[in-house]
Design a protein around this ligand. Structure first.
Ligand code: UGA
Length: 433
């Protein structure tokens, strides 16, 4: 089968590469010529474990192609995945202009039956909009179906998530489209991945509801952590015991500085907007977002409590990305916290294994970028762990202590054991313990 994936961002690139690895002929399309040139040489524009290997392999085996030619790619494909961005507009709603442009290109190049599938997260009603544009603008009367097949990839484990998902969701109005998509996913069918086949709008909403629920779990455990701190309880034991109840589940109950990234913050805001659009006051979603923002502020207060006045103090910060194993710093709590520190007159010595380049434009000019964790600790009044990269879990703490001006560690990801840290002579603060 020939398919194409339009948009080689995160979702598009992983989707294209993984389908090629399933044995399908995949053309990935992007209007950014430079990016396509690099991809054709196996240069991956994002940091994603395992992705380069499958891109290289499928380029070599001639099942994966990269091009800027959207027209030809559409004409030769039976299935067209749309994976272009839907950035938030000023009013909080998603900008659908890229989706509209692609729909017009599909209408112009419709030369036989095709299934058009939205893959990136799109507002409820987008499938209907695509149907309308193609129906109105197609030149010949060729048939087509629109489907929704939301992606549940996590950055940092996107390839693994694609190859072994918890479920595949397909939303469509027509049996033929569903059968073609099932066919594409045969390898997952064979490993007994659950398939949820439903209507277009339901499928579109499943993605928002899933991400919003994850955000809710995080905000919930962060509030429990805040209560634990005041009540003298340990949030980790609380979360563990809660998680043993299968109705609750153990995942996404890790406290910290709040959720970030390009998905949860955007999708919670979008769901709130979707609700507003249908005249529903989604109070819980509002609270989830407010708690998340407040959590970042509380982290700043925690650092302040540990070092006293921030003005003139030097703070080493480990971790800039919104989570480990990515170079993505979008909506990263670490960035807000660093900017807060700098605003209050602190000097920041920052280090991240992958995110320093991306972070530089988002952080106030004054930050000092270090070559490793120890350089960030050197001469600092306090060391803050803002992202739980594995290398921050195995620091030589005696060395860190000897480098710090004062032995103060504020661990926003609860990587270290409070008792062990105190025994080593650190003044140690974490979240909810
Ligand atoms: C999220 C979802 O997990 C994916 O299922 C979804 O496909 C993706 O969004 C998307 O919509 O494309 P991602 O943004 O890559 O994936 O990252 P997560 O692993 O969900 O982490 C999000 C944030 O929550 C991070 O800042 C992380 O540090 C934080 N988090 C996560 C916590 O603070 N506590 C937890 O227990 C878990």
């Amino acid at each position: 089968m020939n398919i194409c994936v339009i948009g080689t961002g995160y979702v598009g690139l992983v989707t294209g590469a993984c389908f090629a690895d399933f044995g399908v002929n995949v053309t990935c399309v992007d209007k950014d010529g430079e990016k396509i040139k690099k991809l054709n040489h196996g240069e991956i524009p994002i940091y994603e474990p395992g992705l380069k290997e499958i891109v290289d392999k499928n380029l070599r085996e001639k099942r994966l192609f990269f091009t800027t030619d959207i027209n030809e790619s559409i004409r030769k494909s039976l299935v067209i995945f749309i994976a272009v961005g839907t950035p938030p507009r000023g009013d909080g709603r998603a900008d659908l202009s890229y989706i509209e442009d692609v729909s017009r290109a599909i209408a112009e190049n419709l030369n036989g039956y095709k299934v058009i599938v939205t893959k990136s997260t799109v507002p409820v009603g987008t499938g209907k909009l695509i149907e309308k544009i193609i129906s109105e603008e197609r030149r010949q009367g060729h048939l087509f179906d629109v489907a929704s097949n939301p992606e549940f990839l996590r950055e940092g484990s996107a390839v693994e998530d694609f190859m072994r998902p918890d479920r595949v969701v397909i939303g469509a109005r027509n049996e033929q489209a569903i059968a073609i998509l099932r066919d594409l996913y045969t390898p997952l069918y064979l490993i007994e991945t659950p398939f949820v086949v439903t209507g277009l709008e339901t499928s579109e909403l499943i993605k928002y509801a899933s991400n919003a629920f994850l955000a809710l779990k995080i905000s919930f455990i962060n509030e429990i952590a805040n209560v634990c701190e005041k009540a003298g309880a340990d949030v980790h034991v609380v979360a563990k015991a809660m998680g043993l109840d299968r109705r609750i589940g153990p995942k996404f109950l890790h406290p910290g500085p709040g959720y970030g990234g390009s998905c949860l913050p955007k999708d919670t805001a979008a769901l709130l907007n979707i609700a507003k659009g249908v005249n529903y006051d989604f109070k819980l979603m509002d609270a989830v977002m407010a708690v998340n923002l407040n959590q970042r502020k509380l982290m700043l207060v925690k650092i302040k409590d540990a070092v006293g006045k921030l003005k003139g103090k030097t703070i080493g910060v480990l971790g800039l990305t919104f989570k480990p194993n990515t170079d993505d710093v979008r909506e990263s709590p670490a960035i807000d916290i660093i900017n807060g520190l700098i605003k209050e007159g602190a000097i920041v010595r920052a280090y991240d294994p992958a995110g320093m380049k991306n972070a530089a434009s988002l952080i106030a000019d004054k930050a000092i970028y270090c070559k490793d964790s120890y350089e960030a600790a050197e001469g600092s009044d306090c060391l803050v762990i803002a992202t739980e990269w594995n290398q921050f879990r195995i620091l030589d703490m005696e060395r860190v202590k000897s480098l710090l001006k004062r032995p103060v560690v504020v661990d926003l990801r609860n990587v270290y054991e409070p008792d062990a840290m105190r025994k080593m002579g650190f003044e140690y603060k974490s979240v909810g313990r």
